[in-house]
Design a protein around this ligand. Structure first.
Ligand SMILES: [Zn+2]
Ligand SMILES: [Zn+2]
Length: 303
């Protein structure tokens, strides 16, 4: 029996429901057309909610890859909930399960199990949310003990509905359609990290899973597609890192840039990033340059 009420389960069911509604709602733009203002609205909502999901839900709340004032965590979680992809407790529970059981039977959304090929892809791309995998066996204690986060989790659908109403108030059916389209695109981008970044891409680091660095997903998912680095170093606030010719190389990572912006504003601190020695130590195809010794001697990548 799951350690939460049937009312909580009912609130989680709203997530796939609102994603399905968003898919159909996107068709509104076929009737209204899209002005440049509405296109800007799509991009704005996509970027803000995307960054909240990646920098707050994922890198702060789940992996604690940097520190931030609790207000940043609460406000960021409300914005992330407005993406329509569940509240902080359920989101973290799924993601912790993913890391603990990655690409195994208990991974909630691996493209390699329980199905492979196109069926595995569709499962990881959102199909899993339509099954009992939607309900985690347990919820993270740290999130459940924070009253504000717990409230955001159980009422995760309120920020999404508020944003839909705001969109309609701003520009009628056209902006409402833009909101639905932005929500649908962002949903598939997040799911592409679960699917494509475990199927296509390179593996510069040694891990026990199928995680890949995928530049296409990294562009769409604001840096989250550098997923092989993430599974090799889950505590790193920076995901955009690879190995080229035996040397550490840094890649565009919009979420890390956003966290650095928060840091410059005094809203983030103690960013965790592996040293180049750590990175080279996990490099898959060694071929380390002679400079490895000097790097291993203490050069930090924490910049
Ligand atoms: Zn993964
Ligand atoms: Zn993660």
């Amino acid at each position: 029996m799951r350690p939460y009420s049937s009312l909580t389960m009912a609130s989680y069911v709203i997530c796939p429901t609102q994603i399905i509604v968003s898919h159909f709602g996107s068709l509104l733009v076929l009737m209204t057309g899209l002005s440049w203002g509405a296109v800007g609205w799509i991009i704005l909502l996509y970027t803000i909610r995307g960054l909240a999901t990646t920098s707050i839900y994922h890198r702060l709340l789940t992996h604690k890859s940097y520190k931030a004032p609790v207000l940043v965590l609460w406000v960021g979680s409300i914005v992330a909930a407005a993406a329509g992809q569940l509240g902080p407790s359920c989101w973290k529970a799924h993601h912790v399960n993913h890391h603990q059981h990655v690409d195994g039977e208990l991974d909630p959304h691996s493209p390699h199990t329980p199905a492979q090929g196109i069926r595995g892809f569709l499962w990881a791309q959102g199909g899993w949310l339509l099954t009992s995998r939607l309900f985690p066996d347990k919820l993270p204690r740290d999130v459940e003990s924070d009253v504000a986060l717990k409230l955001i989790d159980r009422f995760h659908f309120i920020p999404l509905i508020a944003l839909a109403l705001l969109s309609y108030a701003l520009g009628g059916a056209e902006y409402l359609g833009a909101f639905f389209l932005s929500t649908t695109l962002l949903f598939h981008t997040t799911q592409a990290v679960n699917s494509l970044s475990h199927i296509v891409g390179n593996q510069p680091f040694i891990t026990d899973d199928q995680s890949r660095n995928n530049g296409f997903v990294a562009f769409l998912a604001l840096g989250e597609g550098w997923h092989n680095l993430h599974h090799a170093f889950p505590l790193s606030s920076r995901h955009g890192i690879t190995i080229r010719a035996g040397q550490v190389a840094y890649l565009p990572d919009a979420t890390f840039s956003f966290i650095k912006l928060l840091e410059s504003l005094g809203l983030a601190s103690k960013l965790r990033v592996p040293t180049e020695a750590d990175l080279l130590g996990r490099a898959r195809n060694g071929n380390l340059q002679p400079s490895w010794l000097s790097v291993a001697a203490g050069t930090s990548a924490n910049s």
